[in-house]
Design a protein around this ligand. Structure first.
Ligand SMILES: [Fe+2]
Length: 354
């Protein structure tokens, strides 16, 4: 906890205790997220300082670079990814002070890492072996950008569209830079009110990209609509089916996959096989595009042939063969015997370990 002056810099901070007027009347309760109107009220009440929760940190990315190096992704790939992560952090964090940089600056950072990930599949595989929530928002942006370019190339889109999808993925959550850190990095479930604020990142992202030098309506729409679902269950506009551009349908798949696979503060990391299973279920239930999910899931599963994994029973296995009809339930080897997970329905691949 710390004291902060009552001025425009207070907007978005969270009160760490109840705030009373000089007469003892409760003005704002603990955990209020301060808005510009609150600042006005506080100034009218001649309150010049309030106690707020400390701003949380995304971490420095150091943990990530040492883990990537240990995982044996080749040195060039590690250097490119870590460098891009540093620059992403720097650029995203300067937005609140210096405004949004131009599109070219973002594209320059992203191009290198996307090129490397396409060339060096080992890097991609290693991304989902990383532990910890260090630099989550920045990693998520890079990873979703990489996944979006990957899906666009699986769909055989031309290079210009592949590159557009990479940028769209990289910038899809840009609006989160306008969400108070206390909510963005909260190590637990969000309250309804907090979730409402969090959902605004789609609208903020749209506005930021529209105002950005070089930003286009199409790119801005990707930020606005990446949480829409085909069955109308998404947000912010509850669009349905074809009302959602296919670019945003790709983004939805990439975003959900990375979020499920990544280690968050409040939940354990899930294996790409479990994430693929989840995406498949969502597609069958009608919320994600089934053709996109089918191609993506098959590709991801094939990347992990030869990888070591841990089953939900705690046993270690090796992924041997991907089944065409159900790629997320492969044939695995468990100390000398083969198990076909299509027939062992109770067994799931809980974690990739190498
Ligand atoms: Fe998002």
């Amino acid at each position: 906890m710390s004291f902060a002056p009552v001025n425009s810099s207070l907007v978005g901070r969270v009160l760490s205790s109840d705030l009373h007027t000089k007469n003892g009347i409760l003005l704002l309760p603990q955990e209020t997220v301060i808005t510009a109107t609150h600042v006005q009220i506080l100034q009218n009440q001649r309150i010049f300082e309030v106690e707020v929760m400390d701003i949380l940190s995304e971490g420095t990315g150091e943990q990530i670079s040492s883990q990537l190096a240990e995982l044996g992704s080749d040195a060039d790939s590690v250097a490119v990814y870590v460098n891009a992560l540093d620059k992403t952090r720097e650029m995203f964090e300067q937005i609140s002070d210096r405004g949004t940089p131009c599109l070219d600056e973002f594209s320059t950072i992203f191009c290198d890492v996307a090129g490397q990930a396409m060339k060096q599949k080992g890097l991609f595989r290693s991304l989902y072996l990383l532990e910890g929530a260090d630099s989550y928002t920045y990693r998520h942006s890079l990873n979703v950008g990489i996944l979006c370019s990957l899906i666009a190339s699986l769909l055989k889109w031309d290079p210009e569209r592949v590159s557009f999808m990479g940028t769209a993925g990289f910038l899809h959550d840009l609006g989160k830079m306008k969400v108070p850190k206390e909510i963005l990095l909260k190590p637990g479930k969000l309250s309804d009110e907090e979730f409402k604020i969090m959902r605004m990142h789609t609208v903020y992202g749209y506005e930021m990209i529209k105002q950005m030098e070089g930003g286009t309506e199409e790119l801005a729409l990707c930020a606005l609509l990446h949480h829409e679902r085909l069955d109308g269950s998404g947000y912010p506009e509850q669009r349905k089916g074809d009302e959602i551009p296919v670019e945003c349908q790709i983004l939805a798949v990439a975003d959900m996959f990375d979020a499920i696979c990544s280690d968050r503060v409040y939940k354990d990391r899930t294996s790409p096989f479990e994430a693929a299973q989840f995406l498949w279920k969502e597609a069958c239930d009608g919320s994600l595009n089934i053709e996109i999910v089918a191609q993506f899931v098959r590709y991801i599963a094939l990347l992990y042939v030869g990888a070591k994994a841990r089953l939900c029973t705690g046993e270690e296995v090796e992924v041997i063969l991907i089944n065409q009809d159900e790629p997320m339930r492969p044939l695995v080897r468990r100390s000398g015997e083969f198990l076909d997970l299509r027939h062992e329905r109770k067994l799931t691949i809980e974690k990739m370990i190498g």
